[in-house]
Design a protein around this ligand. Structure first.
Ligand SMILES: NC(=O)C1=CN([C@@H]2O[C@H](COP(=O)(O)OP(=O)(O)OC[C@H]3O[C@@H](n4cnc5c(N)ncnc54)[C@H](OP(=O)(O)O)[C@@H]3O)[C@@H](O)[C@H]2O)C=CC1
Ligand SMILES: O=C(O)[C@@H]1CCC=N1
Length: 279
């Protein structure tokens, strides 16, 4: 039962906050069962403690010993140091969930006591509002039951898709980084709306609802995006005029390159980090 588990977040940044806020709002884990730790920024820990009523780390070794699930949420290049600090304190009775981009379960397992279960997941920052798209896979020591526990955590803060671990870099490039691509488009449309005479506030309100409505249409109707696009596009109308301009550039190619490049970067970081592994 997730409600009885003690969670220890190693990392107190954007994704940890998004996850713990989502989990608390979902009511699946009480605040007193969550401890958050970071490297040195105590002010950040106090801020999280004040905002969410969670424990902020005081005595890391004891807190890790007491935890059922340790969530690794530091930057990829900080993971070796973190595992050197805490890896030896984690036992096979506990379980590790890593959301660190690019870093394989094999790399993580090799710095832990033999037999510790590692689940690797790639959520996104929409965890904050329980709307993450998370993909998940399990390392060699993790059982189906442990994977299910991992899924329960992410299901409380959005959707969960099980994938082969080798697909997680592609997931990172698509939906892990994905919110940033969407925000970039919205930023550009906000500027465009102001250019044609609307106020910033009106643009924001209209665009949020347009984005929300489009996502809801995709989800509720189950139709493919091409079909929904066709429904908006009247012959010789406004949408056709707008889309004709978009087609002068090659948006599909740009997006393809962006996702490929982000995926490649995840793989590259994973390889570099694996090669840096302390012996
Ligand atoms: N942001 C996102 O959209 C997503 C991020 N991720 C992954 O999550 C991870 C964290 O990303 P994000 O939250 O954005 O990063 P942030 O930079 O916001 O936070 C990183 C956190 O890790 C802490 N940290 C560094 N070293 C250690 C250590 N040795 N022990 C404990 N904590 C440590 C930092 O502490 P301090 O500040 O004190 O240095 C900081 O709190 C990354 O690996 C990223 O790939 C996954 C999905 C989405
Ligand atoms: O930018 C990054 O590296 C992380 C991984 C996915 C989203 N943010």
């Amino acid at each position: 039962m997730l409600a009885e588990k003690l969670l220890f977040f190693a990392g107190a940044g954007a994704i940890s906050e998004a996850m713990l806020k989502g989990l608390l709002e979902a009511g699946v884990v009480p605040a007193e069962q969550i401890t958050v730790n970071n490297r040195k920024n105590r002010e950040r820990l106090f801020q999280l403690g004040q905002s969410y009523g969670i424990h902020i780390s005081q005595q890391r070794e004891q807190e890790i010993a007491a935890a059922d699930i340790i969530i690794l949420a530091m930057k990829p290049f900080d993971i070796h140091q973190a595992l050197q600090e805490i890896g030896a304190n984690i036992t096979p009775q506990q379980m590790v969930i890593s959301v660190v981009a690019g870093v394989s379960t094999e790399t993580i397992e090799s710095q832990l006591v033999e037999g510790v279960a590692v689940i690797r997941a790639m959520p996104n920052t929409s965890s904050f509002v329980q709307a993450s798209a998370t993909a998940i896979s399990r390392g060699k020591h993790a059982t189906i039951e442990q994977l299910e526990q991992g899924k329960q955590i992410f299901a409380a803060i959005g959707s969960v898709t099980e994938v082969e671990e080798q697909q997680l870099d592609a997931v990172t490039g698509l939906s892990g980084s994905g919110p940033a691509y969407i925000y970039y488009v919205i930023e550009s449309l906000m500027q465009a709306g102001q250019q044609v005479g609307l106020s910033e506030e009106t643009c924001r309100e209209l665009l949020i609802q347009t984005l929300y409505g489009s996502a809801k249409m995709l989800k509720v109707t189950g139709k493919n995006p091409q079909e929904l696009r066709r429904q908006v596009t009247s012959p010789n109308g406004t949408t056709m005029a707008g889309l004709a301009v978009l087609e002068q550039g090659d948006l599909p190619d740009l997006l393809k390159k962006a996702v490929e490049q982000a995926t490649r970067r995840a793989t590259e970081m994973g390889q570099e980090i694996s090669a840096m592994q302390p012996t």
